[in-house]
Design a protein around this ligand. Structure first.
Ligand SMILES: NC(=O)c1ccc[n+]([C@@H]2O[C@H](COP(=O)([O-])OP(=O)(O)OC[C@H]3O[C@@H](n4cnc5c(N)ncnc54)[C@H](OP(=O)(O)O)[C@@H]3O)[C@@H](O)[C@H]2O)c1
Length: 260
């Protein structure tokens, strides 16, 4: 088991990619604390994991708020004693409109959920990780951090910001036994975020969503979307000892869509 006896805190674990990461981490032997705002979703994922013989707890919280992040890390310490692995996965796409039509409030919300949360939680878990000379942080960024798509300025900015956070934190903690990496998934078609985005883009363009998505996939070497399980498999690797020499990196899990 790649994550035997590890304690993992996973944000946005109620559905989509976060749920897949939580299930996979638990199957690899980690005890997981699941968090998101929708209590019923995280409770259901925790139950799935427990029924499969894994160890899972959940806590409903809004990661955009610093006080809620403090509450999450306090709960992890109370329930499990420590955090060995932090996966900053919670995210929102935000407005699908050109930059000049985006309000300050919308900009601030996307940056808070996608970027500030990762900073807050990292800041909260790092002192103990550094004291123990052991820990892994994984930030779920996006191909949007590297490619040039329109109609996603707050999202792309937040996801590119996560890569800066990843590298800078890695530099600060590499000699203290902590590794910090990022994953950049391509389109994971099965998730709510992906479906809502596809519909919004197609509506703006006045075209059929499935035909638009089919054409989009042609720009990927493999010509297909990724699955949440494929993202989770890469997450297990980066958070395991198999990746002991990997830090400060952003790994594309996008079927061959971006190349740096
Ligand atoms: N799907 C894709 O194609 C794709 C591609 C590249 C990157 N990603 C990234 O992968 C991550 C997961 O995306 P997904 O596709 O799985 O999306 P999703 O199905 O919409 O899930 C997003 C998760 O984040 C949680 N969340 C959102 N805002 C939150 C907040 N303020 N506080 C706490 N939790 C919050 C949601 O729960 P609540 O709403 O209950 O809070 C949910 O559990 C995101 O960071 C996304 O940007 C996705």
């Amino acid at each position: 088991m790649a994550l035997k006896d590890q304690i993992a805190l996973i944000t946005g674990a109620g559905r989509g990619i976060g749920r897949a990461i939580a299930r996979r981490f638990a199957a690899e032997g980690a005890a997981v604390l699941l968090t998101a705002r929708t209590a019923t979703e995280i409770a259901s994922v925790a139950q799935e994991i427990q029924l499969a013989g894994g160890r899972a707890e959940c806590l409903a919280a809004d990661v955009a708020r610093h006080d809620e992040c403090q509450r999450i890390v306090a709960a992890a310490t109370r329930l499990f004693g420590r955090v060995d692995i932090l996966v900053n996965n919670a995210g929102m796409f935000g407005p699908v409109r050109p930059a000049q039509e985006i309000t300050t409030q919308e900009w601030n919300e996307v940056l808070a959920v996608n970027l500030s949360s990762a900073f807050y939680l990292s800041q909260l878990v790092l002192p103990e990780m550094c004291a123990r000379s052991s820990g892994a942080i994984l930030n779920i960024s996006s191909v949007a951090a590297k490619a040039a798509f329109g109609l996603n300025v707050p999202y792309a900015s937040s996801k590119a910001g996560l890569l800066g956070l990843t590298r800078s934190l890695a530099a600060e903690t590499a000699r203290k036994g902590v590794r910090v990496n990022a994953l950049c998934p391509g389109p994971v078609a099965e998730t709510r975020m992906s479906k809502e985005l596809g519909e919004a883009l197609a509506e703006r363009a006045g075209v059929d969503p499935s035909e638009m998505f089919r054409q989009f996939l042609q720009g990927i070497l493999q010509g297909r979307a990724q699955t949440a399980d494929e993202i989770a498999a890469a997450a297990v690797f980066l958070c395991s000892q198999e990746a002991s020499a990997i830090t400060g990196q952003s790994i594309n899990v996008d079927g061959g869509m971006s190349f740096y």
